[in-house]
Design a protein around this ligand. Structure first.
Ligand SMILES: C[S@@+](CC[C@H](N)C(=O)[O-])C[C@H]1O[C@@H](n2cnc3c(N)ncnc32)[C@H](O)[C@@H]1O
Length: 228
C-alpha cells in the first residue's frame, strides 16, 4: 500500500477501552488489532505486560516515513473535523484542539514503540482480508475505523471476507464504529449481518460509552466457532 494513499490517525488505549468495551479481563487476552495504524494501543498495552499483535500494511514503512506522513496529512484531517464539527459529539474531547493534541500524543507513543515492537513481532505488515495466523490463534480481534468507516472504498465482499478471516483467527471479533467516514450509517452493515448469520455466525450489536462521530456508539461483536 503506497503510504501517500493513507492518512494515518491513531487512538489511545483509553479510547480503545471505551470503543470496544474492554474489561480488565479482556485486556489479559491474546489480542489482535487489525488496521491498527498509528494507534498507541499496542505500545500502552505491551507496557502493561499484555499480549497484542498489531497488523497494518503501513508497517512496511519506517517510523520516520510514517511520522512525515502524519505531519503532512494532519492539517487536512483537522480541517475536516472543524468543517463538520456538528457531526461530532464533544464529550470524549472538549474541542478540536484537545482532539488533535490527544491524537498526536497517541501517534508519538506509537512511533516511539514501532522499531522495537516490529523487531519483537508485535507490529506486522499485513493486510486484510488474508492473515497468516492459525485458526483461533487469538482470543480477541479488534478492528477500529477501517471496516464500515471505509465503506465507500471497500466493498461488501471485502467486508465479508475480512470478517470471516478475523473470525477464523480469533475466538471473538469486535468492530467499531458501524458508521462511514462521513458519519452516515454503513450500507454494508445489514446485508453483512444477514449473510454472516445465515452462515452460522453469532452476531450482536452493543451500545458503548463512547460516541465521537454522532450516532457512532455501536459495537459489532462476531463469534464463529465453525470457522476455526
Ligand atoms: C483510520 S486508521 C485506524 C487506525 C487505528 N485502528 C485507530 O483506530 O486508531 C485505518 C488503518 O487501516 C489500515 N488499512 C487499510 N487497508 C487495510 C487492510 N486491507 N488491512 C489492514 N489494515 C488496513 C490503514 O493503513 C490505516 O492505518
Amino acid at each position: 500500500m503506497p503510504l501517500n494513499e493513507v492518512k494515518p490517525w491513531g487512538r489511545s488505549l483509553a479510547e480503545y477501552r471505551a470503543m470496544f468495551a474492554l474489561s480488565e479481563h479482556d485486556l489479559r487476552k491474546r489480542i489482535l488489532d487489525c488496521g491498527a495504524g498509528p494507534a498507541a494501543f499496542n505500545a500502552e498495552l505491551s507496557e502493561l505486560g499484555c499480549s497484542v499483535v498489531s497488523c497494518d500494511p503501513i508497517y512496511e514503512y519506517s517510523a520516520e516515513a510514517i511520522d512525515a506522513r502524519i505531519r503532512e496529512t494532519a492539517p487536512a484531517i483537522i480541517e475536516h473535523v472543524n468543517a463538520d464539527r456538528d457531526r461530532y459529539v464533544w464529550t470524549v474531547f472538549n474541542s478540536p484542539e484537545q482532539l488533535v493534541e490527544a491524537r498526536l500524543a497517541a501517534m508519538q507513543r506509537f512511533l516511539a514503540d514501532l522499531p522495537e515492537g516490529f523487531e519483537q513481532g508485535r507490529y506486522r505488515s499485513l493486510a486484510l482480508p488474508s492473515l497468516p495466523f492459525k485458526d483461533g490463534e487469538f482470543e480477541l480481534a479488534l478492528c477500529s475505523h477501517l471496516l464500515f468507516t471505509y465503506s465507500e472504498q471497500l466493498s461488501l465482499d471485502f467486508h465479508l471476507a475480512a470478517i470471516r478471516e478475523l473470525a477464523r483467527v480469533a475466538h471473538e471479533v469486535r468492530i467499531f464504529p458501524l458508521l462511514e467516514y462521513s458519519g452516515d450509517p454503513s450500507p454494508h452493515l445489514h446485508p453483512l449481518i444477514e449473510k454472516l448469520t445465515a452462515e452460522g455466525d453469532a452476531i450482536h450489536q452493543q451500545r458503548v460509552r463512547y460516541e465521537f462521530q454522532r450516532g457512532g456508539d455501536q459495537l459489532l461483536i462476531v463469534s464463529a466457532p465453525a470457522r476455526r
